[in-house]
Design a protein around this ligand. Structure first.
Ligand SMILES: NC(=O)c1ccc[n+]([C@@H]2O[C@H](COP(=O)([O-])OP(=O)(O)OC[C@H]3O[C@@H](n4cnc5c(N)ncnc54)[C@H](OP(=O)(O)O)[C@@H]3O)[C@@H](O)[C@H]2O)c1
Length: 247
């Protein structure tokens, strides 16, 4: 039986991905910064473990507690919307610590066991922002673009060891906690000179033609984890699929 470890399972795409793999009969290690068992099914195939991907000691302790895993899903991430000019470099670094270096650190920590067993998959969750550039998300997009390049290169590096590396690119999901979790970080990032642009962008977010649901992403991660075709990128959600098709 396969075991998946997923980061950022307290809400949104990660929570639904944990439920999905469990429903498919897998062992699930659902990790969260603040563990909460009540949001997931009670089962001997479901374990909730504490993990903050920005803390090396937390990564080591979580992997010690989880035991061997077959699939790592790097889902944990934080958002940022605002002008680049007004974004403090401390905030830029904060976004990269989670979205970029957290993914790299988790991947590096699991690779020895996957390479030794000559099997396993790392699924990195990025964003449809990498498929078509848009304003006011320069830092966030950069943090995710870095993982796109990282993953594409790593996939070749690990091919000979039977270890697969995949990208899932979700579209805009208004029903997760993504925007509210990023709220305080985004305060004061729209100076007056940018207000007309920001108003146009925020208005378009209010009436999206297509959006992504939690289950779209859970299914995308499931397909990526089980893919044997060599496909690298899995856009998830109708808006992401449309953007990927337009490229
Ligand atoms: N929603 C969207 O529009 C959208 C679009 C494209 C891509 N994505 C990506 O999809 C992924 C999931 O986002 P979501 O929409 O489901 O948002 P969400 O509801 O805010 O979930 C994000 C999860 O990441 C966790 N997290 C944040 N920092 C962490 C850290 N340092 N260590 C471990 N966990 C951490 C959060 O935990 P806490 O509860 O402890 O904060 C939460 O469980 C992210 O990588 C995001 O960039 C989202």
């Amino acid at each position: 039986m396969n075991t998946v470890l997923i980061t950022g399972c307290s809400s949104g795409y990660g929570l639904e991905t944990a439920r999905h793999f469990h429903a498919q009969g897998w062992n699930v290690v659902a990790t969260m910064r603040t563990p909460r068992e009540d949001v997931l099914p009670r089962s001997d195939r479901m374990r909730v473990i504490a993990l903050d991907v920005t803390k090396p000691e937390s990564i080591a302790a979580a992997l010690e507690a989880s035991g061997p895993i077959d699939v790592l899903v790097n889902n944990a991430g934080i958002g940022l919307m605002g002008t680049f000019e007004a974004t403090p470099m401390t905030t830029v670094r904060e976004v990269f610590e989670t979205n970029t270096f957290g993914v790299m650190a988790m991947t590096q920590a699991v690779l020895p066991q996957l390479r030794a067993r000559r099997s396993g998959v790392v699924v990195n969750v990025t964003s449809s922002a990498t498929l078509a550039p848009m304003p006011l998300v320069a830092v966030y997009t950069a943090s995710k673009m870095a993982i796109e390049g990282f993953t594409a290169s790593l996939a070749f590096e690990l091919e000979a060891f039977g270890v697969r590396v995949k990208l899932v690119e979700p579209g805009y999901g208004p029903t997760t906690r993504f925007t509210s979790n990023g709220g305080p970080r985004m305060e004061g990032l729209i100076p007056d000179a940018y207000a007309p642009l920001a108003q146009r962008i925020f208005a378009s977010f209010g009436q999206p033609a297509l959006v992504t649901s939690e289950s779209d992403v859970a299914e995308g991660v499931w397909r990526a984890a089980n893919d044997a075709s060599g496909q690298l990128r899995f856009p998830a959600g109708p808006d992401a699929v449309a953007l990927a098709g337009a490229r």
